[in-house]
Design a protein around this ligand. Structure first.
Ligand code: C5P
Length: 223
């Protein structure tokens, strides 16, 4: 049996995870946030007090340690490393600052890509990230490139952070996402780019609902 793969790529704060979650709910597909796995790798680095120069040690930790991805309904997954539940600790400013540098390393990308592919072997999946339609699943059934004006993306992120009790300014958040986008778009190894066969959705003037409907329509046409 062939399983369907829906890829949603785009810059930081474009609403990928919100849309992917809603699409997963409507379709019953599993949702995997690939950024979470890059964040988990970064957490392992920080938690072991390793530095960027200790990349080999980090890879050793990742390959010898136990990274578990546990499905939680259509809400997405919870990631465990060595039985340590990784949740809010993946979203700290420290992880935000380091993750793109870690994600630029080819050996880290190789590791994460194999984790992502393995997860998707036996399920229909919606996956969001930066290289899902280009590298992880070049044969995805539907590829979306979701974007929005950077100011809007920063504003939405600030609202989202507020709901988890984190107060930040739009300027501050805009600066951080612009920096991360630049790093993600200019890296040599699988940079963020629009796949040739991706449908570009600019959500600046669209509601979540409208974006989700567009994606669902594309999925039913691909079926
Ligand atoms: O999506 P999220 O903001 O959690 O991703 C965190 C970081 O992980 C991104 O800025 C990017 O550097 C990296 N990433 C990636 N490829 C993916 C998903 C995330 O390089 N498919």
């Amino acid at each position: 049996k062939k399983f369907m793969k829906i890829a949603i790529d785009g810059p930081a704060g474009a609403g990928k995870s919100t849309v992917a979650k809603a699409v997963a709910e409507k379709t019953g597909f599993y949702y995997l946030d690939s950024g979470k796995i890059y964040r988990a790798c970064t957490w392992v680095l920080v938690n072991n007090q390793l530095h960027m120069s200790d990349l080999d040690k980090l890879l050793h930790q990742l390959h010898s340690g136990n990274l578990e991805i546990v499905q939680q309904g259509q809400e997405g997954v919870t990631v465990y490393f060595e039985n340590h539940k990784l949740d809010d600790e993946l979203r700290t400013p420290q992880i935000n600052d380091l993750v793109s540098t870690i994600a630029s390393q080819p050996k880290i990308r190789e590791y994460v890509t194999s984790v992502l592919r393995h997860f998707s072997c036996h399920h229909n999946v919606v996956m969001d990230g930066r290289d899902i339609g280009t590298v992880v699943f070049p044969d995805a059934d539907v590829k979306i490139y979701l974007t929005a004006d950077q100011r809007i993306r920063a504003q939405r992120r600030v609202e989202e952070l507020k709901t988890s009790g984190i107060l930040s300014t739009v300027d501050e958040v805009e600066k951080s996402i612009v920096k991360r986008d630049f790093q993600d778009q200019t890296r040599t190894h699988s940079p963020l780019q629009i796949a040739d066969d991706a449908v570009v959705i600019n959500s600046t003037y669209l509601s979540v609902q409208e974006v989700v409907e567009k994606v669902i329509r594309l999925i039913s046409h691909a079926n």
